[in-house]
Write a protein of this length. Sequence first.
Lengths: 316, 316
Amino acid sequence: MNEFAIIEQYFSNIGQDCGCTVLGIGDDAAVVEVPPGQQLVVALDTLVGGIHFPDNTRPADIAYKALAVNLSDLAAMGATPAWFQMSLTLADVDTHWLSQFANGLKQTADTFRLQLIGGDTCRGALSISIQIAGLVPVGKYVTRGGAAPGDIILVSGELGNAALWLAQLRGEIELPQSLRAKCALALNRPQPRLELASFLREFASAAIDISDGLVGDLKHILDASKSGARIAQIALPVNSWIEQQNAYHYALDAGDDYEICCTVPPAHRGEIETWNREHPESRLAPIGEITESGYHLRVGEQSIDLDGHKGYRHFD
Amino acid sequence: MNEFAIIEQYFSNIGQDCGCTVLGIGDDAAVVEVPPGQQLVVALDTLVGGIHFPDNTRPADIAYKALAVNLSDLAAMGATPAWFQMSLTLADVDTHWLSQFANGLKQTADTFRLQLIGGDTCRGALSISIQIAGLVPVGKYVTRGGAAPGDIILVSGELGNAALWLAQLRGEIELPQSLRAKCALALNRPQPRLELASFLREFASAAIDISDGLVGDLKHILDASKSGARIAQIALPVNSWIEQQNAYHYALDAGDDYEICCTVPPAHRGEIETWNREHPESRLAPIGEITESGYHLRVGEQSIDLDGHKGYRHFD
């Protein structure tokens, strides 16, 4: 089965027309339009087998995650998904694997309403590159660079669950039964926070998706915004195990959360409360505030310097 | 040196602003605009080390080729380059390699006037995914699907030179000294035929770039156009060695040419002649014509059935 047969059989009909596609999959390139009054938000991310996911991960979970991590980038920018391209590198042509992967991709594309419009397949170590595109009203995209002193720092979801499941899989910890399903889901099926895009467009001064751990990713906001931050460990949205074990490093420094960290001017405190009341599933937890300079984590009575991204582990 | 440091040091300033970039490299995603009256043409291609290029290929050549194969897709669509994203997977961080690769990328981006606006780097077996975007006036893109019986089939450049150099590197053939530089250049520095884009937009009924060999790639035009073709071996633009050795399979069935194969209605015969007179470097050689059905190669007095992409090798 060659490249063209693979694309024809598995990937020629993924997702719904987003209204932007002039020419879809099957030519040298695809042709798209951007509706008047909109701008195009684009990202490209690669997942490598054995690095970004264990080699024995279910194909449908790999497909899901490859799309989800890119969708998470769109959400952080305040964009709505439109279309994607995929480059799939495979060690060999395993039709069972391919069919499960394609089904997972189709289901995910349908769920998040985006269309596969092009890409390629090639031979090599398993990896998936997804190029995603979304739409945002002109000038309404959200960057990492707009945070100002006094802004409230917020995060969505629960932090650390994906890292806990990875630690469980590696035999490093023994999670209680009651948390296992949730943590497994966090690792294999991270929920891109697309429903937050409209809130971010209206009220956020800066946003980022947390892919490499809260401390490091918030640092990107601080660098881009030329400001500092004070966050409080006690305010971090974490599960009961992290709290009881005082294992906050999973929430502070571990990757794969794909939650949103954003900053909102204090004038919009009321809108945050309204959002949380009306959207309990994607509640934004206030964890601290933007300052002029410095980067500190409050743990009980102590203030830990986070600059240089080190230090707090000693206090777990 | 982590991902962010690599991007900052090597990839933060590649290419010139194409006038479409609202927000470039360094955030969760980039933001672009499409000028009024234009459509966006997008492609995504991956080059894998050891598959698409020998592992010891010079980094600058890898960078060049990764961009060139994508630019070739744009050319075949009749588009003008605008911007690109790159996902770079590296086995280890070799700063010497990275700096040569980045220089090659910068030079190539400058030459072809396109800007690097985003992407990522990760750890794994060497591979480069490039997502490219070009512009085309609304509705003027060229597909594989418009060829009609009677249309003239044309190809640019010389076919087979890249394949000859690969065969030379593998010790399968011994090329004369006089052809070596040209063939090495064809493999390592394939020339994307961007200057043909305007001709294709105006006069071509169908076009494709030849990445997998003329016979197979012309077949894509025939499938998409629901038509047949008759081509003549004697009309193929090849170098003297292929002619003398009667080694036409390098021109017919070997990959990596990145020349353009297009079809033009006979009413535009005059425009083809004008083009060839005014652009001798990107001359379009007529090699046959589109028919109602069938797919044949004329070799001397014989007519070889190319359908199913087999048969002609026996006659070399």
